[in-house]
Structures are given as C-alpha cells and as structure tokens.
Ligand binder design. Structure first.
Ligand code: MF3
Ligand code: CO
Length: 247
C-alpha cells in the first residue's frame, strides 16, 4: 500500500522540509576542519527543538542521536561523537530527519572539508547527479524503478557502485513508509507513480565495491574495502511533469 497525501498533509510535510532547508544552510556554514560531529548533532537538535519540531532519528529503533554523520568510508548511520573531529581532506555525509505536527521530512548532503582528493570530489559530484537523475524520473507517467534505474545508470557511467544494502522510501506520517525506492532496478518496472506520493530518494554511492559492513555499535555502516562513500537525499512530491523537492 502506498500512501497518498491530502493538501493539508503536504502543507505539513513542506513545513518539516523548510526546517531542514534552514538547518542545512546552517550546517554548510559551520561544517569545517576542527568541529566535532557531536557538536554538530547537539546544535542541530537545539535548532530543531526551537522550531517546535522533533529530531526524527532520535530514538528511532534505538538510534542515539539527532543526525547521522558519516565520515569518509562510513556509508550511512555514523553516530555523532565529540571524539570525531573533522579534518582537512575528509568528506562527511550528514543525514537529518524532522517531524513537525506529525509529519516527517528526510534530507542528506555530503560536504568536503578543506581540500579533498580528486576521487572524493568526483564521487560527490556523481552521487549528486544520481539524486538529480532519480528526481527527474519522479513523475506520474513513470514507475518506481525508473527512478532506481536512473540512479544506477548514473553511478555506473561515473565509474562507481550504488549501495544496495539500504534503500529510499515513502515518507509522511512516518519516517519510513512504503514503497521502497531502491537505487538500482529495471526501468519501466515497479509500482506506478502517482501525483501526491511523497518519497525520500537517497542514493548512497561507493568509490569501490558496493558491499558494506555494520560495525559493532550495530549502526555505523562502512564500505567493506575502506574506500569512500557519499550520500545525498531529498524528500520530493511526485508531480505530473516535474517532482517538487521540499528539502
Ligand atoms: N536517514 C535514514 C533514512 O534516510 C534513516 C536513519 S535511521 C536512524 O532512511 F535511525 F538514524 F534514524
Ligand atoms: Co531516508
């Protein structure tokens, strides 16, 4: 079952999206060499709560923080810590969910700290291009795997591999709703998209092998070969000719 949203639902999801837009503008201004991911987490939580909203990840299946902060070979779900201090040459994926008035939005960006390697820069560019390609297919004449295939194809053309251990998802009254939105698949297949369906599209792309391992904290997902990984995510509303990005 997919869940279509009313006008009022969409208005509320947009509000959560607007909070995320503001937070990521702030993140962009402070994410730099010397800051810890623990500090980013605390300050983000303060901003979310100041808007009478809730950090969607905190307590979700026992997740201990408000943001996921995934540095270098960490694919997703990196737990913030005062001991993880960003340095020149790092890349960091920051993923945040917000709940306001019972509706969720979900967003991730990857940032370069100082001067990063040519490979890191290209991986970030290709992963962003994967998200853009997926969003472009998020229209009501298409099917779910048209989004998936666009992401997969863009990753492949960039010489990288899409992660298959995690997928995008519907979003609304819950952080994760049906349908799943895989980052690979056969074009023209899967659930027909409908106007008003709200999805979180989130390519995770690895510089080397797609394979991941979960660390002993039961959350942190790292690349099996230790190479870099990048992650971008937007919450979008399916449209007739064009999807609307609300994050
Ligand atoms: N941000 C992830 C997603 O996009 C979910 C994070 S899981 C959590 O689906 F536990 F960290 F919340
Ligand atoms: Co998500």
């Amino acid at each position: 079952m997919t869940i279509l949203k009313s006008k009022e639902d969409i208005r509320k999801i947009r509000e959560s999206g607007n909070i995320l837009k503001e937070i990521f503008e702030w993140i962009e201004s402070v994410v730099a060499e010397g800051i810890s991911t623990g500090e980013l987490d605390r300050r983000t939580e303060d901003i979310i709560r100041s808007k009478n909203a809730k950090p969607a990840f905190k307590g979700y299946r026992g997740y201990p923080a408000s943001i996921c902060a995934s540095v270098n070979e960490v694919v997703v779900h990196g737990i913030p810590s005062d001991d993880i201090i960003l340095s020149d040459g790092d890349i960091i994926g920051i993923d945040i969910g917000v709940e306001k008035d019972g509706f969720f939005a979900d967003c991730a960006r990857t940032y370069a700290i100082g001067t990063v390697s040519e490979e890191a820069r290209r991986l970030m560019e290709v992963t962003k291009a994967c998200l853009d390609a997926g969003v472009k297919e998020a229209v009501s004449r298409n099917k779910i795997f048209d989004i998936s295939n666009a992401i997969q194809t863009t990753a492949k053309n960039g010489g990288f591999q899409e992660v298959r251990a995690f997928v995008g998802h519907g979003v609304g009254r819950q952080l994760h709703e049906p349908p799943e939105v895989p980052n690979w698949g056969e074009a023209g297949k899967g659930l027909p998209l409908k106007e008003g369906l709200v999805l979180a599209i989130e390519p995770m792309i690895n510089a080397g092998t797609r394979d991941v391992e979960i660390m002993s904290d039961d959350w942190t997902a790292v690349t099996r070969d230790g190479k870099l990984s990048a992650h971008y995510e937007d919450t979008i509303i399916i449209g007739k000719d064009k999807a609307e990005r609300i994050t």
